[in-house]
Every structure is written in structure tokens, then in C-alpha cells.
Write a protein that binds this ligand. Structure first.
Ligand code: BG6
Length: 472
């Protein structure tokens, strides 16, 4: 049985209901199951009507009458809040009785960080978080080190760490896992993965979309908490960690946690915050809000592998492109028979990961320009992974929902990692730079460009070089 908190929210409509529906169609759900949606406000009509409307938008091709009918009969809604979960607990008990004692309960907490702790108390009081329950916690996990520690302590009072799944859906993206495969499974790349050969790393997640009606959520989180301490830092973990002993959840998370120990506290002097023009006019946003909708940041890792290599992180709303790009820039030979790199020229020896659901890799190389000349020019070797292997993967949330059902923690974050990331974030949270206004559809405040000097940001790349699969 799945109990979905925040069942009428934006994430549920865009990702969770469609994900659960597609998993059902793919035969990846248990043979029999129930999904109880819950939240503070009842739907106007039947929850199934809301879910159907969400599926029509997100999964129209899979929505046959037959598929819908068998999914719809599993759905129900029960109102609940942190103060009152009695009716929900009754409904869950009834569903469990129908499904049998061996059934498990998956509690999906898609609620804002400030609501998490009181909800955890309610889960324990009502018996919802019994020993057969698994609890999925949406990010951001807390809003700083103190609240994350409090939330971890509140959870650990009632449930074992083994039952907790802190979700960061970027780790569920095929492209993110490709980083590990490319790094550790290839003699071509593994030896290059260190300061001796890598000049800089960029994790760049510009978004074209704005708030999409999530004004009040965004006012509480801002881009730094929403994206940087979470998605971008987790991707940084995959890019920079040492090779884990194995791909078990314990070994992989040990390796990532060790890397985060070497990550240096974020320096406010190396951060640029921005706010898009018009943000303050959005619903749910304060007229004088100083919330950042853009962050660019340089971070450093103090270990033998990475000392001296700048890791540049950038993300923001209402920017010129929607992309999720990791760029590893390799050092080029200082001077070759083909000439030196001119100062300010964009590096061409790059390894670029597109973290879309349909992942692409490209390696930028210099090749001889065809014709009666000795000149060289940069060109990408591009790989469309799904096409090359003639196989498609699961969407990130689908993959992660499935992992919770089979009890695999590998792609979920652990208490120590999350707390360490908040520790690194503390200087910026205490002393955030002023958010500079930027035009919608731009690349953010100009000051962010200076962070990436001398080589500059990999994006925007020249139009001709954009790989297929880059999305809006
Ligand atoms: C979410 C953030 O976690 O990730 C959103 O809350 C953001 O603000 C989204 O837009 C991006 O995810 P994706 O998978 O669409 O790149």
C-alpha cells in the first residue's frame, strides 16, 4: 500500500501519479496494491478525476480505458494533517487488512520541509509508521543543519534508518548513473579523473521554466536549498567521489559521504545570487522578497584527487535554456604542433553529460579540418545511450519508487551526507550575497560569468554543437 502525502500537489501531479501509473503498466508494481492519497484539503470531487487529469497531461499515450480502469479502482483519498491522522490511519488499516499481513506500507512525504517534523510525529502516534513501513522523504531534507538534525532525530526516534528513503530524484536519472559507469568502467576515462588531467568541472542546471505556481514553496526554499544543497551537490558526489568498494547502498554512500567530508564550506565571496525580474509579482511571493531564483557558486574539494580544481555550480529559474549538463574540462597540452590555446578561448577537450531521461554523452576533441590545411577545430563525439543500446530506461521517479518497493537504498541519501552538506552550506545561509536582478530568458546576473573565468561557462554552446536530447 502507498500513502501519498501531498497527493494533490504539483509534484504528485507531474511525477508521482504518472510514475505509479506507468510502473503499473510496466508490471513493476506488486500484484495487488492500494494508493491512498492524502493532504489537508479534500478534492472537489473524486481523487480519481484529479489523477486522470494529471495523467492526461503527463502520460497521455499510455492512458487506455482498460489501463485507467484497473488503476483507478486502487485509488482513494483521506484527509489528514499533522494534528489529525486518525481517519487516514483507519483507512490504511482497512487497506492493509485487504492486502494481507505480508504487505508493506510505503509512506511518501511530498510536503514542504517545515511540515515534515510534525508529520513524523503524527505517523508514529497513529501507528502508520509501523515496522513494515518505508518512509520516503522529499527534498530538501530540512532547511539548514539544525532542522536536518532535528528531523533525523525525530525520525530515528520512531523508525530505523533502514526504513528511511531520502529522495533526490537527480540520482534516479539515467544520465547521473552514466557518470559512474563512464568513470569507473572505462580505461579511457578512469585514469584522467583527477587534478592532474582535469582543469575544471561544471554542474550546470539552468531552467527555462519559472515558478509554475509554486510561489509559496519557493519563498520558503529558494534556489540554493531547492537545487544546490540537494541535486547539484549530489551530482557533484557522483562526479568526484572515490571508487566505492561495490555498488551496494552501504559502500556507495560511504564513498559519497567521504567526499562530502572533503568538500569545503561554501564561500559567500565565491557565490552569486540572482532574482528574475518579475519574481515579486508572482502569486505567493512577498512584494519585497529577497529570495534567490539563481545561484552560481564555485566550490573546492580538499583532497589529493581534486585539490586546486574549481567545481562550478549554476542553476536558476526563467533562464535562457532548460538543460542539465555536467562538463569535465580536461587540461590540454600547453603547446602542440597545432598551436597553443589562445587566452580566453573555450576549452575543447571536454567530457559532457546531458542528464536528461534520454541521456547523451559527448566528448569534445580537436580534429584536423578536412581539406588542404593543417588547421584543427573542435568537434564533439556524441553518444545517444538509449539509441546505441536500443533500450530505454525508467523516468527518475519511477526508478526510485521501484527501488523503495524492493528495498534498495543505493540511490537515496543518508543522514550523515545530508547533514554534512548543510554544514558546508552554513556560511552561505548565514551570509547570503544580495540577489541581483536578471532579465527573464537571460543567463542570470553578469557577475556569475566572472566566476567561471578565464575559460567561461560551457553553456550556452554554439547552436550547431547542441546534442539532440537537450530539452526545454
Ligand atoms: C525539483 C525542484 O526538485 O527539481 C524544481 O524542486 C526543479 O524546482 C526540478 O524544477 C527539476 O527537476 P527535473 O527533473 O525537471 O530536471
Amino acid at each position: 500500500m502507498i500513502v501519498l502525502f501531498g497527493a494533490r500537489g504539483d509534484l504528485a501531479k507531474r511525477k508521482l501519479w504518472p510514475g505509479l501509473f506507468r510502473l503499473t503498466q510496466a508490471g513493476l508494481m506488486p500484484e495487488d496494491f492500494r494508493i491512498i492519497g492524502t493532504g489537508r484539503h479534500e478534492p472537489d470531487g473524486d481523487i480519481a478525476d484529479e489523477v486522470r487529469a494529471a495523467l492526461e497531461k503527463a502520460a497521455p499515450d499510455d492512458l487506455t480505458d482498460e489501463a485507467w480502469a484497473s488503476f483507478a479502482e486502487k485509488l482513494s483519498f483521506e484527509k489528514s494533517s499533522a494534528d489529525d491522522g486518525a481517519k487516514l490511519a483507519e483507512a490504511a488499516k482497512a487497506a492493509r487488512e485487504e492486502l494481507g499481513d505480508e504487505s508493506r506500507t510505503l509512506l511518501y512525504m511530498s510536503v514542504p520541509p517545515s511540515a515534515m517534523k510534525p508529520m513524523v510525529g503524527m505517523l508514529a502516534e497513529t501507528g502508520l509508521s509501523t515496522d513494515r513501513a518505508r518512509i520516503v522523504m522529499e527534498k530538501p531534507f530540512g532547511s539548514d543543519l539544525k532542522t536536518a538534525k532535528d528531523l533525523n532525530a525525530a525520525l530515528h526516534e520512531h523508525v530505523d534508518e533502514d526504513a528511511i528513503y531520502r529522495i533526490d530524484h537527480f540520482l534516479g536519472k539515467e544520465g547521473a548513473q552514466d557518470i559512474l559507469a563512464l568513470r569507473f568502467a572505462n580505461g579511457l576515462f578512469e585514469p584522467l579523473w583527477c587534478a592532474e588531467h582535469v582543469e575544471a568541472v561544471q554542474i550546470d542546471i539552468p531552467e527555462k521554466i519559472g515558478l509554475e505556481g509554486r510561489g509559496s514553496f519557493y519563498e520558503e526554499t529558494g534556489a540554493f536549498r531547492d537545487m544546490v544543497v540537494t541535486h547539484l551537490s549530489q551530482i557533484l558526489g557522483f562526479v568526484a567521489m572515490e571508487q566505492p568498494k561495490s555498488l551496494s547502498a552501504g559502500d556507495l554512500r560511504d564513498a559519497k559521504a567521504a567526499l562530502f567530508e572533503d568538500l569545503q564550506p561554501f564561500d559567500p565571496d565565491l557565490a552569486v545570487y540572482g532574482q528574475f525580474d518579475g519574481y515579486r509579482d508572482e502569486d505567493g511571493v512577498d512584494d519585497e522578497s529577497t529570495t534567490e531564483t539563481f545561484v552560481a557558486l564555485r566550490v573546492d574539494i580538499d583532497n589529493d584527487r581534486w585539490r586546486g580544481v574549481p567545481f562550478l555550480l549554476r542553476t536558476g529559474k526563467a533562464l535562457a535554456e532548460g538543460r542539465r549538463v555536467v562538463t569535465i574540462t580536461l587540461r590540454e597540452p600547453d603547446c602542440t604542433i597545432f598551436g597553443c590555446r589562445v587566452e580566453g578561448e573555450r576549452p575543447s577537450n571536454t567530457i559532457v553529460f546531458e542528464l536528461t531521461d534520454d541521456p547523451h554523452l559527448s566528448v569534445g576533441v580537436k580534429v584536423k579540418v578536412p581539406g588542404p590545411t593543417s588547421a584543427v577545430a573542435a568537434a564533439p563525439l556524441t553518444l545517444d545511450v538509449e539509441r546505441a543500446l536500443n533500450q530505454s530506461g525508467l523516468e527518475a521517479y519511477e526508478r526510485l519508487l521501484r527501488d523503495v518497493m524492493v528495498g534498495d537504498h543505493m540511490l537515496f541519501t543518508r543522514a550523515d551526507e545530508v547533514e554534512r552538506l548543510w554544514e558546508c552550506a552554513a556560511p552561505l545561509l548565514e551570509n547570503p550575497p544580495e540577489a541581483l536582478t536578471y532579465e527573464q530568458g537571460s543567463w542570470g546576473p553578469e557577475r556569475a560569468d566572472r566566476l567561471a573565468e578565464p575559460a567561461g561557462w560551457h553553456l550556452p554552446e554554439q547552436a550547431a554543437q547542441q546534442p539532440a536530447g537537450a530539452s526545454a
